[in-house]
Design a protein around this ligand. Structure first.
Ligand SMILES: Nc1ncnc2c1ncn2[C@@H]1O[C@H](COP(=O)(O)OP(=O)(O)O)[C@@H](O)[C@H]1O
Ligand SMILES: [Mg+2]
Length: 289
């Protein structure tokens, strides 16, 4: 487990947004994340699940240091994040990479994927062009795109493009990678391939992973531990198998009931049905699906 020096220790994280309205003379405050504490050990995969709007992405942004918490602290391998935007912060940001849902939104359509992976490297390190090329090419091979490095983004499938984005994140040798719905837009068979690839890469590169998904079946196999978010709070967190076999909260049981055994389509439909009433009952309009 985490000893405070390696890994991540998040304590009492709160992210409060003001609605802009005033209630009884006080600014109306909404807590997207409400007093969440957790750890991620070196080499560990922590899954975070919960319906859309439960605060998963906001939690991920605070742990990535992209967004400072309203209160609470994040210790990242023994260090606090420097002020957002400062030079120290930029250096720290190399160690934690985030992979989002839509790879097309974060690549440059005019550049080959090799050029994009190389560019990520050379903004952080002064490298000879040939060395940067070699490292970028090796990383693309590791994610299964060795023969496609000279393609442009539009010449790749969604799954291939997400692999390229993962290569661009991993080439920086981060300590922690946060996957925020990183496979949610992909077909179920492609999801499985990318999840398996992340499992392998985590081991090979000794990464810590935070794997965020609204879909329990996605985090189930990849996570050592799983945390369940609901309305900004971490309802429960524990060893993956224990949580799945013996959930402590009714809410977790309802999430689990949405994972079924049959076909992907039936599963998806059931997920939709299971999540819709929960989402409607408990969250203000979510900003992303
Ligand atoms: N920058 C922001 N300003 C105001 N509200 C936000 C902001 N970011 C997120 N929220 C709200 O916080 C809640 C949690 O959002 P989010 O962390 O994106 O949830 P999830 O990733 O679980 O879907 C949602 O109700 C969302 O509308
Ligand atoms: Mg989200």
């Amino acid at each position: 487990m985490t000893d405070g020096e390696s890994g991540v220790v998040a304590s009492n994280l709160v992210q409060a947004y003001s609605s802009g309205r005033k209630l009884w003379g006080k600014a109306d405050e909404f807590r997207a994340v409400d007093r969440v504490s957790l750890t991620i050990a070196e080499g560990e995969t922590l899954g975070i699940v919960g319906e859309s709007g439960s605060g998963k992405s906001t939690l991920g942004r605070m742990i990535a240091g992209i967004e400072a918490p309203t209160s609470g602290t994040v210790s990242f391998w023994g260090q606090r994040y420097a002020k957002v935007g400062s030079p120290d912060w930029r250096r720290q940001r190399r160690d934690v990479q985030v992979v989002f849902q839509n790879p097309a939104a974060v690549v440059d359509p005019r550049w080959t994927i090799l050029a994009q992976v190389r560019e990520a490297l050379t903004t952080h390190e002064a490298l000879a062009a040939s060395e940067a090329d070699d490292k970028a090419q090796a990383m693309l091979a590791l994610v299964g795109l060795g023969t496609m490095s000279n393609r442009l983004p539009h010449q790749l499938s969604g799954g291939q493009l997400q692999r390229a984005v993962i290569a661009r994140a991993l080439v920086l040798k981060p300590r922690l990678v946060i996957c925020d719905e990183a496979v949610s837009a992909l077909d179920v068979s492609v999801q499985a391939q990318i999840i398996n690839m992340m499992l392998e890469l985590r081991e090979r590169l000794n990464l810590s992973l935070m794997f965020i998904s609204h879909d329990l079946s996605v985090v189930r196999h990849i996570s050592h531990r799983v945390g369940v978010m609901h309305a900004g709070q971490l309802l429960e967190i524990g060893d993956s198998r224990t949580l799945f076999e013996n959930p402590q909260h009714d809410y977790t049981r309802r999430l689990l009931a949405a994972i079924p055994a049959d076909s992907p389509r039936q599963r998806r439909e059931r997920d939709m049905n299971a999540f819709a009433p929960l989402a409607a009952a408990s969250s203000p309009s979510p900003i992303q699906a």
